[in-house]
Design a protein around this ligand. Structure first.
Ligand code: URA
Length: 290
């Protein structure tokens, strides 16, 4: 099997070099020396064909094969409850966000004035995707373009995210729940000049994200960047120390990885991001019982 023109274009879009064809009969392997170079094709009917299945969640299986990627550490880390990890108490938590349905939640986000970000935003950025998506992606906060368009990840980082998703057969475009992801951010409003989210803002906005996750009920959560990781897991360690493990958010496995904007600045880290995606696929497939 060799990569089709379209698949090669996808991999290039993710900034990855093309690797030679895998042996016949082996789905979507990655190369020994360069794990980023050959993610699986963006199959439409078998989207998540990367890693082989070997074990249970407490022992994440090797991704693709033992020779292709470093073995994933056999760790399932229990997160503190998200409510416990944010110091300031969210005013929203007290207003029953945790009981809202989708339309009410959208309305609550659109009208939110819980922190000062409401004063500078053009639009709130609620999130997009399948409301029962099996994959949920959590990013950081809207940037300028997202603020203007009211949609997450529409800038350069978004293009890379799309390519990453496509490389494992996922999309933000309309599709079934197994293929169309739901994308949300920790903050629904843009921080001025794209500065980092502040603890108070993260705390105020947390109930929205938690409610979105509760409504979507994804099989896998992909936390991109340190603020998403903090918000979901209450962990502050460097991403390099947290990745390669299967974390837990109220019973849902969480894979952590680098933010696409960071990958644009540090393209050499894409290999690690690819490993993280492979781990996520592996965990997803375990949850599928395959
Ligand atoms: N970065 C994010 O984390 N989210 C967006 O929506 C855009 C850029």
């Amino acid at each position: 099997m060799s990569w089709t023109e379209r698949q090669q274009a996808l991999l290039r879009g993710m900034g990855l070099r093309i690797w030679s064809a895998p042996p016949p009969g082996r789905p979507g392997p990655v190369p020994a020396q360069d794990p980023v170079a050959a993610p699986p094709p963006a199959a439409q009917t078998e989207p998540l064909a990367v890693p082989a299945q070997t074990s249970t969640r407490t022992a994440p299986p090797p991704v693709a094969s033992a020779r292709t990627l470093p073995p994933a550490p056999p760790a399932t880390v229990t997160a503190p409850p998200p409510e416990a990890m944010t110091a300031p108490v969210s005013a929203l938590a007290a207003t029953g966000v945790a009981t809202l349905d989708w339309p009410a939640l959208r309305e609550a986000v659109a009208g939110c004035q819980a922190c000062a970000l409401c004063e500078s935003r053009k639009n709130t950025v609620f999130g997009v995707g399948h409301t029962s998506a099996e994959w949920m992606i959590v990013g950081e906060a809207p940037g300028e373009q997202e603020d203007r368009q009211g949609e997450p990840f529409v800038g350069a980082a978004g293009q890379l995210l799309d390519a990453m998703l496509q490389a494992i057969g996922l999309t933000r475009s309309e599709a079934d729940a197994a293929h169309q992801v739901f994308i949300a951010n920790t903050l629904k409003c843009r921080p001025p000049r794209n500065r980092n989210p502040q603890p108070e803002e993260l705390a105020q906005c947390a109930p929205f994200l938690h409610r979105q996750i509760a409504l979507v009920r994804p099989k896998v959560l992909l936390a991109m960047g340190r603020f998403a990781i903090q918000q979901l897991l209450g962990r502050d360690e460097p991403i390099g120390r947290l990745r390669g493990q299967v974390h837990d958010y109220h019973g849902t496995p969480v894979i952590v990885t680098y933010h696409p904007a960071y990958l644009l600045r540090q393209p050499t880290e894409k290999a690690k991001a690819w490993e993280d995606l492979c781990l996520a696929v592996s965990v997803y497939r375990q949850r599928q019982g395959r």
